[in-house]
Design a binder for this molecule. Sequence first.
Ligand code: C2O
Ligand code: CU
Length: 463
Amino acid sequence: MTLDRRQFLVTAAVAAAMPRRALGAIPVIEAREGVAQLAPAQFGETPIWGFDGTVPGPELRVNQGARLQRRMVNALPHPTSIHWHGIRIDNAMDGVPGLTQPVVEPGEAFDYDFVLPDAGTYWYHAHNRSFEQVARGLYGPLIVEEAEGPDVDDDIVLMLDDWRLDPETASIRDDFGNGHDMSHAGRIGNLVTVNGQFDPAIRVAPGARLRLRLVNAANARIFSLGLDGFRGWVVALDGMPLAQPEPLAQPEPLVNPVVLAPAQRVDLIVDVTADAGSVASLIEMRREGGVGLARFDIGAGTGMSRDNTPDALPPNPLPDLAGWEEAPRHEMRMQGGAMRWLDGALLGDTQLSGRELAQLGRFWALNGQADRPEEPFLDAERGSLHRIRFVNETMFPHGMHLHGHHVRIVGAEGLGPWRDTVLVDRGETVEIALNADNPGKWLLHCHMLGHAASGMSTWYKVG
Ligand code: C2O
Ligand code: CU
C-alpha cells in the first residue's frame, strides 16, 4: 500500500493520538474453542472453550507490584469478558459486563491493564454467563510472586475442576442453567480434573519441599482435600498469607481436610515423606471414601529433607481494620432454593410470587431481591469499615465472593484469615469485617455460578 502525503499525515496523527499499547505491543489472550483430553484416554477428547484454546488457560505469572496487560480477543461466537478473581484491582478492569465494562462481543477485544498489589495465588475466568462459560473451560491461573519467595524446590499450581461429561462422547453436557441444578447444589459434575487432566502424574524428588497452589475452578463442587505421602502446612488462603503456617492434619484418617469452596485457593508448603520410587497423592474425601485426584511420582535417589517449619509468607499491603468492632453492621439474608422455596421476592422493583420467579429461572434471593438490584446493597465511603453478616437461611452451602476487596472473617477470638470468598454452610451465619478502601462498583455474589445467575447476586459501591 502506498500513502500520499496527506493520508500519511492523517495516519500519523491518528497513531500519535492512540495509546501506545494500541499499536500492538500488548500481548493477546484469546477466548476460543479448543479440545482437551479431560477424561482417561479411552474416552477421547472433549471440545472446550478456553483462553488460548486450552484448559486451564495460560498460566500468568507476574511479580508483585508489576503491571499486567492483556488484550482479550473474543474469538468465540458468544459475548464474554475476563474477571481477575481476588485481585484488588482498578474497578474499570474488574471484568463485569454491565457494571464495569461493556461485554466483549464476538470478534471484538478489550484491553486489560492493571497493577497487582498483592502476591499470592489468584485466577482469572470469564464473567458472562459464567455458569456456562467457566464450566466449558474459560479460566486460568494468575500467580503473583513475592519479591522474595519461600525456600522451596518447586512451585506447582493445581487447578481443580469438576466436569459434567456425556460418558458416551466425552463432550460437555449441554444442560446449563437447568432449574434443578440452579435450585439445588449447582452444577455438580462426574469427572474431576487437575490442570485439565484426570488423575495426572506429577514428578517430584524424594524429600523435596514444594509449594502447592490449589485453586477450585469448579462451578459448584466443594472439595474436601488431603494429602498422602507429604507432611505440610497451610501458608495462605485466597492468596493472602496466614500470620503463622498451620500444620496440615495427617491424611489417615483424613479428619481435618482442607476445604475449598468454588473460587477459593489455598497455598501449601509440603515436604515429600513418601519413599523414593513410590507414589504420593492428592485425595478428595467423598462420602464413599478417599479418591485420588493427582499422583506424585517420587523419583529415585535420596533426597535431603528439611526439618524446619517454613516461615510465614511476607504479608501483603492489606488495609487496616482497627476499630472494626464499632463498624456499622449489615445483614445479608440468603434465601430460597429447594426445600426453602421463595414465597416471593423482588425482581427489579416488581414483587413476584415464588412460582413466577421459578418460571423466570429465579430460585434465590438476597434480602428479598432475586436479581442484581438498582441500588447497591452497601454504599460505603472510601476507607470506611463495615461488618457484614451472611445469614444462610437456605438448605445449601454458598461461597460468597466480594469483588475488589479481601475481608476478614470475624471469629470467636477476633478477626480470622483474609478471604475473598467465604463459605457459609446451610443454616450458618458468618460475619466478615471489610475496609472499603477500593473505589468503584463491586459485585457480591455466590460463586456457585448457577446460584449467582438465579438470584444470589448483588453489588456494593465504594467512594
Ligand atoms: Cu470469580 Cu464474580 O467472580
Ligand atoms: Cu450459592
